[in-house]
Design a protein around this ligand. Structure first.
Ligand code: KIV
Ligand code: NA
Length: 276
């Protein structure tokens, strides 16, 4: 079937059809998430926390991202694949930023990139979109700045900060982003921002008035529990199921009920005789 595009995102906002996004970091999960009919798959740099075991997204490199974006792209046939630009990959110079965004498209086979920040990344966004690369913005709680923000906390709660976030969202739209992720901001602010833009907002911890929602797939499946933010809803508890399945396997190996007759290969009796 036909691939979801940035034009579809815009149309869904206009029609009032909520846009759905989830993360994936590898081929099997991308295949399953894509089969569910999701609109967009983000290869988030949450990869760092969720599959690489770091305690922030800061250590994630371009090489890490390309490796995982490629795997996801091989599994996602219908959803738009958006690749996160990792820490420092879009800050050194415009040239380096365009080249890195281009690598995520050309080597990772993504259809768009996402980067964090407001007015400070406007020129970078213009340069990347000038190269024909769709860019998604990301405002509010921007995890690559966690050491500057002083922790993973709700952003834009006071009027001054809220007004800056609204202005940043408008600047990102003018710079040419096709959508903006709003992470961990009050729902009232997310609503004002969403109504003031003609491009869609994709919320995570930003209430129901955004044009779409995104969650980390491992969080909603209950597979990642190092840290569970308030905005996560668990739709399954796979962690327990996985541990139980691994226990059952071990028990059956120890008591020799696995492998069973249906799992083994046989050879003819006369062939067996030839080995003696
Ligand atoms: O890296 C990520 O998974 C993200 C989403 C949470 C928006 O940036
Ligand atoms: Na991210």
């Amino acid at each position: 079937s036909k691939r979801v595009t940035t034009a579809d995102f815009r149309r869904m906002k206009q029609e009032g059809t909520p846009i759905t996004m989830l993360t994936a970091y590898d081929y099997p999960m991308a295949t399953l998430v894509d089969a569910s009919g999701i609109d967009g798959i983000l290869v988030g740099d949450s990869l760092g926390n969720v599959v690489l075991g770091y305690d922030s997204t800061v250590p994630v490199t371009m090489e890490d991202m390309i490796h995982h974006v490629r795997a996801v792209s091989r599994g996602a046939k219908r959803a738009m694949v958006v690749a996160d630009m990792p820490f420092l990959s879009y800050h050194i110079s415009r040239e380096e930023s365009v080249r890195n965004a281009g690598r995520l498209m050309q080597e990772g086979l993504a259809q768009a990139v996402k980067l964090e920040g407001g007015s400070e990344v406007v020129d970078t966004i213009k340069a990347i979109t000038s190269a024909g690369i769709p860019v998604m913005g990301h405002l509010g709680l921007t995890p690559q700045s966690v050491y500057q923000l002083g922790g993973y906390k709700v952003q834009g709660k006071d009027g001054e900060a809220a007004r800056r976030l609204l202005e940043d969202a408008q600047k990102l739209e003018q710079a040419g982003v096709f959508a903006i992720v709003l992470e961990c901001i009050p729902q009232q602010l997310a609503k004002v921002i969403t109504q003031s833009l003609s491009i869609p907002t994709i919320g995570i911890g930003a209430g129901t008035d955004c044009d779409g929602q995104i969650l980390v797939t491992y969080d909603l499946l209950g597979m990642f529990s190092d840290f569970v933010p308030k905005f996560v809803k668990r739709y399954a508890n796979l962690k327990e199921q996985i541990i139980q399945a691994c226990r059952d396997y071990q028990k059956e190996v120890k008591n020799k009920s696995f492998p069973g007759p249906e799992h083994v290969f046989n050879m003819a009796e006369e062939e067996l005789k030839k080995i003696y």
